[in-house]
Design a protein around this ligand. Structure first.
Ligand SMILES: *Cc1c(COP(=O)(O)O)cnc(C)c1O
Length: 403
């Protein structure tokens, strides 16, 4: 067999599903990580909005060590008190009513889609339809990639799951048209801020309009907060900026500070749709993941991390806007709290490697958008360091002749 031209850190037995950088991280502390060569990086990515508390948090580590030594997993044949504890906290923070636990974002979304379909069947709709969005990302299972609005994610995996109606984001006329013409619609499914799609916020007035249409039509409003939830935008959940409450809310990424976890929070319209036998998971709700969720939310409250995300995020965005003002090729700096996108006028995937070279971890999504989703413990000084490392790289990149 031919070896690849540029063998990075070799991983010959792992399926080739990612374009990886030739860097292997070995440990971290706070917002900083070190690689196996001893190089140090400022973490502007947080494992893609996952490491809420950064790395090796001094309050989280002993709690997880304690839990590992007690009970990692049992089974949903038994009561799991930590599930009730985490569910009660999520209910309190969201103003919703019940929670189902799973292990990832796509699983949470898959459960939401099942709830919507069963909700429809209970209303006598045999072929329920769900409104989804252009540029949305909901995961890579067959159903969630079908709900995703990105042909690259879908290509090669057809036939797609039917029952989705797609509309553009922030276009009230488009969804009103759906309401007039599609009698089988049972739910609307959207991200408050599209993450993979390029940090595209749903406007508050749009979310309020969708809430109103859902109420009028008896549709479920299902808001995927897998990436933008758990304090990231400076509210516990990003839709709270619009003053609305969804009927179904999938969560995952930041909820366990790195321990795999997913959750579907449901309000009164959706909380009783699943009955025994309708849905389940072996790993979902295991004591280790639940402890990670309970401790993450507790530490966030104790240390004021939601407020920190709002304050430091605003400083980070202002710093980027100041440094990039008037730079030709910078389309927009946008986002809320510690979920920020810098859109350029050209594909900029190469910046991922260049930023790492310069000691900063970021990602590039939707080809042209540099994404910052750092740990919520980020300090203002660290935010300034992100600006100081990243902006010169962007200016240099934009000054080069287009490839
Ligand atoms: C990451 C993401 C998912 C998928 O989560 P996985 O844990 O990778 O399955 C779904 N929805 C949104 C909004 C996401 O950002």
């Amino acid at each position: 067999m031919n070896a690849p031209e540029k063998a990075p850190v070799p991983m010959p037995h792992v399926m080739n599903t990612y374009g990886r950088l030739p860097i292997a991280l070995s440990h971290g502390r706070g917002c900083w990580v070190w690689d196996t060569e001893g190089r140090k990086y400022l973490d502007g990515l947080g494992g893609i909005a996952v490491n809420t508390l950064g790395h090796a948090h001094p309050k989280l580590v002993p709690a997880l060590q304690d839990q590992v030594a007690r009970l990692i997993h049992c089974s949903n044949y038994y009561q799991v008190p930590l599930q009730e504890q985490l569910a009660a906290k999520l209910v309190e923070l969201s103003g919703m009513s019940n929670v189902f636990f799973c292990n990832s974002g796509l699983e949470a979304n898959e459960a939401a889609l099942k709830i919507a379909r069963k909700y429809g069947h209970e209303k006598g709709i045999e072929s329920p339809e769900i409104v989804v969005y252009e540029k949305a990302f909901h995961g890579r299972s067959i159903a969630t990639l079908s709900a995703t609005g990105n042909a690259k994610v879908q290509k090669g995996f057809e036939p797609l799951v039917p029952g989705f109606v797609r509309v553009p984001l922030n276009d009230a006329a488009a969804i009103e048209e759906v309401a007039r013409t599609r009698p089988n619609v049972v739910a609307v499914f959207l991200e408050t801020i599209q993450g993979e799609g390029g940090i595209n916020p749903a406007r508050a007035e749009y979310l309020q309009a969708v809430r109103r249409i859902c109420d009028e039509r008896g549709w479920l409003l299902m808001i995927d907060e897998v990436q933008c939830g758990i304090g990231r935008t400076g509210k516990w959940f990003a839709h709270q900026w619009a003053g609305i409450v969804p009927d179904v809310m999938p969560l995952a990424k930041g909820l366990g500070s790195g321990v795999p976890i997913g959750a579907v929070v449901a309000g009164p319209k959706a909380a009783d749709v699943f009955q025994p036998g309708n849905h389940g998971t072996t790993f979902g709700g295991n004591p280790l993941a639940m402890r990670a969720g309970v401790e993450t939310l507790r530490i966030m409250e104790e240390d004021g991390l939601v407020e920190n995300a709002a304050r430091v995020g605003a400083a980070l965005k202002a710093g980027l806007q100041r440094e990039l003002a008037g730079v030709a090729g910078v389309t927009e700096v946008r986002g809320q709290g510690l979920m920020i996108g810098i859109e350029l006028d050209r594909p900029c995937g190469v910046l991922l490697g260049r930023a790492a070279e310069a000691g900063l971890l970021v990602s590039v999504t939707a080809d042209k958008v540099i994404r910052l989703v750092p740990p919520l413990i980020l300090s203002e000084d660290e935010a300034n360091q992100i600006v100081a490392i990243l902006c010169p790289l962007i200016k240099q990149f934009l000054s080069e002749p287009a490839a």
